[in-house]
Ligand binder design. Structure first.
Ligand code: OAD
Length: 250
């Protein structure tokens, strides 16, 4: 457990909030056993080079290598279970008028915890689309016959995630930015706040006068600007924060 205390003024802001936006990053799934990207010892980018695995150029150069890495991550995702942080966010949706849940995660754990209408800014690792025509392919996939091909146009299939240098889904990003500007409270959870445009969302909120709560065991690029910074793992801090709304002991 964490000894993080919810300050009284934050508890009051939570109770008065009708519209809440929550932006999540890899840290929210860390307690489910899904590795983050930038944590020094355990992060994926400490062990793997994003330029070789997470760009369209890397995929063109060696699609099998890229697929092997994503199939390994798919297996990790499949066996992971939502943790109390995911569950608390699903619960929060029932306690406020509107919760817009925006995630950079591709693991689908928010939906599996019961969250509805999640805006997935970086795609979903379990989906497969065509690199050429973009059509979704729902078949079970393996690399036995080489790189899998699109049934419609014979282009190479790829995981439906956003790679470095690629645009984010415009509709989801626009809806997230609009929600950030009109929210009563913005939560930034388990993200290093380094990767744009997602990292820009809390600043959209702050500029519009919306208070921002950061939940993260470590300081981030956002910390100095956050209205409140709660230092602890989201699997412990989020249930406490949500308990404030449910008038339960924290
Ligand atoms: P990062 O790996 O950059 O940051 C993870 C954050 O989670 C760090 O600030 C950790 O301190 C924090 N953290 C670790 N354990 C936590 C816990 N139990 N509870 C709460 N926080 C915890 O991951 P993101 O910010 O999500 O993009 O990275 C953003 C994007 O960069 C990813 O979506 C991915 C990556 O490259 C693409 O692949 C396009």
């Amino acid at each position: 457990m964490t000894d993080v205390v919810i300050p009284d003024d934050l508890a009051a802001a939570m109770r008065g909030a009708r519209r809440v936006v929550a932006l999540t990053g890899a840290g929210v799934s860390a307690e489910s056993g899904v590795p983050t990207f930038r944590d020094a010892q355990t992060g994926l980018w400490a062990r793997y080079d994003p330029a070789q695995l997470a760009t369209p150029e890397a995929f063109r150069a060696d699609p099998e290598l890229v697929w092997r890495w994503y199939l390994w991550r798919r297996d990790l995702t499949r066996t992971a279970e939502p943790n109390p942080g995911h569950v608390a966010l699903a619960r929060l949706q029932d306690l406020v008028d509107e919760l817009v849940l925006v995630t950079q995660n591709v693991d689908g754990l928010h939906a599996r915890a019961g969250s509805r209408g999640v805006l997935e800014l970086h795609g979903n690792i379990m989906r497969t689309v065509c690199f050429r025509c973009g059509i979704e392919d729902g078949r079970e996939l393996n690399l036995d016959g080489g790189v899998p091909r699109c049934g419609a146009c014979d282009g190479m299939l790829r995981p439906d995630v956003v790679w470095f240098g690629e645009p984010l889904p415009m509709d989801a990003l626009t809806r997230a930015a609009e929600a950030a500007r009109v929210a009563d409270l913005f939560l930034s959870i388990g993200t290093s706040s380094l990767v744009y445009p997602a990292a820009g969302l809390p600043y959209e909120a702050l500029t519009a006068g919306v208070p921002v709560v950061e939940i993260n065991p470590a300081p981030t690029a956002l910390s100095a600007r956050a209205t409140w910074a709660l230092r602890g793992p989201s699997g412990s801090v989020l249930p406490r924060l949500v308990a404030v709304l449910a008038s339960e002991p924290t």
